[in-house]
Design a protein around this ligand. Structure first.
Ligand SMILES: [Ca+2]
Ligand SMILES: [Ca+2]
Length: 189
């Protein structure tokens, strides 16, 4: 009889979202299934690692706010330079659980596909000079000052042509390691 090894619990996170920004509006939003905000959730329960370098972000650089009624946890970065993460790929986990969330940040990447290219320049160009609180990262407001201006163009220019490197493969837990299934080679035509 086959037995399944016990699995660590999985917190019921129904949405995980990373919102890049500047001026302190950069955040990770975790929405838990109603009533399932883990009790006494603190920054000691989460780990944020750079997926390329493997470096762990000092938890004192993060801030956590909880909204019990909305079953929502929001992580911000007030102690980091300009209150945002450095450009890179990241993985957020809750040690002791199966939860993980992968995301990336790249200044100037309005289209959010980890490359700064002409499409991003178009976003900034189409909105250049606009002002208003409705403006977001995807409009080209990379520094979060509610204006699409020269600072945003500089941010884009500094990363123009840059693509984030791929993340390192995640370690495979021994319990789930299985022999690879090799498909038979197709017959030559
Ligand atoms: Ca882009
Ligand atoms: Ca701006």
């Amino acid at each position: 009889m086959q037995t399944t090894p016990p699995q660590p619990p999985n917190p019921k996170v129904i949405t995980s979202q990373f919102t890049p920004g500047g001026s302190g509006n950069e955040r990770i939003t975790l929405v838990f299934d109603s009533g399932n905000l883990p009790p006494a959730l603190t920054l000691g329960n989460v780990t944020l690692k750079n997926s390329v370098t493997g470096a762990t972000l000092d938890p004192t650089k993060m801030s956590l706010s909880l909204d019990d009624a909305a079953a929502t946890a929001i992580i911000t970065f007030p102690a980091l330079p300009e209150a945002h993460l450095a450009d890179g790929r990241y993985r957020l986990t809750m040690p002791g659980t199966l939860f993980s969330f992968d995301f990336f940040r790249l200044n100037g990447d309005a289209t959010q596909e980890a490359t700064v290219s002409f499409a991003d320049l178009v976003a900034v160009g189409q909105n250049y000079g606009k002002t208003g609180r409705q403006l977001s990262w995807s409009d080209g407001d990379f520094n979060g000052d509610n204006t699409i201006g020269f600072a945003d163009l500089v941010a884009l220019g500094q990363n123009y042509g840059r693509t984030l490197p791929a993340a390192l493969p995640a370690p495979i837990p021994l319990a789930s390691a299985a022999p690879a299934i090799i498909a038979p080679a197709p017959d030559p035509v």
